[in-house]
Design a protein around this ligand. Sequence first.
Ligand SMILES: Cc1ncc(COP(=O)(O)O)c(C=O)c1O
Length: 433
Amino acid sequence: MDRRSFVARSGLALGALPLAAAPALASRPAPPRAFDPTDWESVRDQFPLTRDRVHMATFLLASHPRPVAEAIARHRDAFDRDPAHYWEEHFMTAEWEQREAVADYLDSDPALIALTDSTTMGLGLVYGTLRLGEGDEVLTTPHDHYSTIYALKHRQARDGITVRRVALYDDPAATDPDEVVGRMLAGVTDRTRVVGVTWAHSSTGVKLPIARMAAALGDVNVGRDEADRVLLVVDGVHAFGIEDETAPSLGADVLIAGTHKWMFGPRGTGIVHATREAWRRMTPVIPSFGPDVGVWLGVVPPDVVTPGDTFTPGGFHSFEHRWALGEAFRFHQRIGKDRIEARIHGLNTQAKDALAGMRHVRLLTPRSPELSAGIITFEVKGHGAEAVVAHLHERGITGSSSPYPVSYPRIAPGALNSPAEVERTVAAIAELG
Ligand SMILES: Cc1ncc(COP(=O)(O)O)c(C=O)c1O
């Protein structure tokens, strides 16, 4: 049975009232010219982000580009006019369509993709549901975000799993990929079932060599039974939407990311992508509202249900945001994943080259694009993180400080910034010398 016929067979149909005609959009002023995805100024024009500041912290939470904002407005207006019918007409296909867009971007299968509300929800979903018992080890690092640390802490309290941490580098600026892989492998024991890491660290800006780490764990897994294999679980949020990678090229067993940061997706959206084997190692907690409902009603055969259906937390959501997610992935692909990667790396290299020449600045983030993505963390002699951010703010530049026990100032040149804005930002940092 396909997804469209499920609704009719499920007994969920409300009756075929015609939907009101598509409402007028609560839309923005028309752009000055047609969207040209090859022109960065035209890309920038698709965002309502104010022009009176330099935005060097859009990685925290996205501004919605025009196609995303228009899709949200379309869904919101239709829900406001007739929520029950609009939901009934779209609920079974709309999420699948978003997952198809994510799968196209990741060169994968929508069946393997679950939708979430954030990176944090994805981390909780994965670390909360992996089948792990007392004494099973999760190997992780001190470089991860609070959300990874607490997802594992909660699991540890519940099930007595062992969480071990291994530092993958001491001096972030001098990160060495061979050493990263070597330190990870040295931390793996016979009891290790999961290696949980973060692709790009928001504490230091270091980007890990995930594909190499995945390959090294592949060797460890040779000869292990499926249930004992080490899964590589990756919080990918600060490289997803920057790096020109696919699920196969990355090689992680589980990739978790919010899509409301670098991906420019609707605020309150995220994804989990896992291999079939990795999904088999998890047991869901929150009931989905997908075809599982049809299985329960006896109108859908269980074998049509995919892991991505079952692991997408159910209940009603802010559907106007969730159902606009695919627009963000298509927007990225119209610009070109390779061009976005090159643009962001180029702006970051420009900023780091300038900062590296300042005697009062110490870069924590590696210079090489191989080991960094879009976040630059640094120290300014004689000025704490908050003071640096306040200085930038006074100069009309929005930076941020890292929310970690030791906090550093950060800037994050992204696809919406220009070389001139990077120049202005580093000039403001130079004034602190
Ligand atoms: C590495 C990392 N993981 C997870 C998060 C939390 O992301 P979300 O707001 O999507 O839950 C952040 C916050 O920016 C982060 O830096």
